[in-house]
Design a protein around this ligand. Structure first.
Ligand code: NAD
Length: 261
């Protein structure tokens, strides 16, 4: 149940971090992967790395907040591979600040990347899945912050909670076409997105960087460990390969026990 057998998998934000590892694991398990990222050079470099390792990958430039770019990127992927079977809506950024200091422009930027991006990519891929009636999987990259709040992260927590609502709605609307929608909710993973936050949070909270890691990021885990890109990619593989509507509208928390539901 963990082989993708030629399934076409479009992963947004896959030139770095979690998305990149998902694309690599999908390709290693027989998927054809579309590397969709803001940064075309980095997306092409990732696609080349995957091809050199024996996989099948195709890069498209896509700002997930831009309707025309999303529609064009998905159309290019369909022109190249013929269809989309799996969407992983993963692209994301983090901006931390107190609510009273948050610029409205930063709030809107966060919601645009996490929520507009999820909606636009879902709409474009689901149109293809509905037309073909051959099933499919849509996976959203949520977070423990889809269930839990933290100081300084108002738009991130708001957007990640919002993805649960989108996934549940897609699960209901798309079930008749055999399309499943689920959310993966990782704990802290040491990617560029998190490395950037460590000094920022240390400054905001007036504590050392080591204390941010130990007392903020990993405090609630069962073992003081970071979640890894492999942990998240293996769950993404399981969800992409799962074959029935039995597993839809769910969120799976992958966080070393930081959040238990
Ligand atoms: P990352 O910074 O390593 O990678 C993010 C990728 O998204 C980059 O390649 C970037 O170019 C791309 N991107 C940014 N804005 C984009 C846009 N508008 N359109 C298309 N691509 C865009 O980050 P990451 O840690 O791998 O995060 C990936 C996802 O995982 C995010 O949604 C993040 O919220 C989520 N997440 C991360 C963690 C963590 O601890 N790292 C935990 C939970 C959830």
């Amino acid at each position: 149940m963990t082989r993708l057998d030629g399934k076409v998998c479009l992963v947004t934000g896959s030139a770095s971090g979690i998305g990149k590892r998902i694309a690599e694991v999908y390709a290693a398990n027989g998927g054809k992967v579309v590397i969709a990222d803001l940064k075309l050079d980095a997306a092409q470099a990732t696609a080349t790395e995957i091809s050199n390792a024996g996989g099948d990958a195709f890069a498209v430039a896509m700002d997930v907040t831009d309707e025309a770019q999303v529609d064009r990127g998905v159309a290019d992927a369909i022109a190249h591979y013929g269809r989309i079977d799996v969407l992983v809506s993963n692209a994301g950024i983090q901006i931390v600040n107190k609510i009273t200091d948050f610029a409205f422009a930063d709030w809107k930027k966060m919601l645009a990347i996490h929520l507009d991006g999820a909606f636009l990519t879902t709409r474009a891929c689901l149109r293809d899945m509905e037309k073909r009636k051959a099933g499919g999987a849509i996976i959203y990259m949520g977070s423990v912050h889809s269930h839990e709040a933290s100081k300084l992260k108002a738009p991130y927590v708001t957007a990640k909670h919002g993805l649960l609502g989108l996934a549940r709605t897609v699960a209901k609307e798309a079930a008749e076409y055999g399309v499943r929608a689920n959310v993966i909710c990782p704990g802290f993973v040491r990617t560029p997105l998190v490395e950037k936050q460590i000094p920022e949070q240390a400054k905001e909270l007036g504590i050392s960087e080591d204390e941010v890691v130990r007392n903020v990021m990993l405090k609630g885990t069962v073992d003081g460990e970071f979640t890894t890109v492999d942990d998240v990619a293996n769950v993404a593989l399981f969800l992409a390969a799962f074959e029935t509507n039995a597993l839809t509208g769910q969120s799976l928390v992958v966080s070393h026990g930081w959040f238990m539901q």
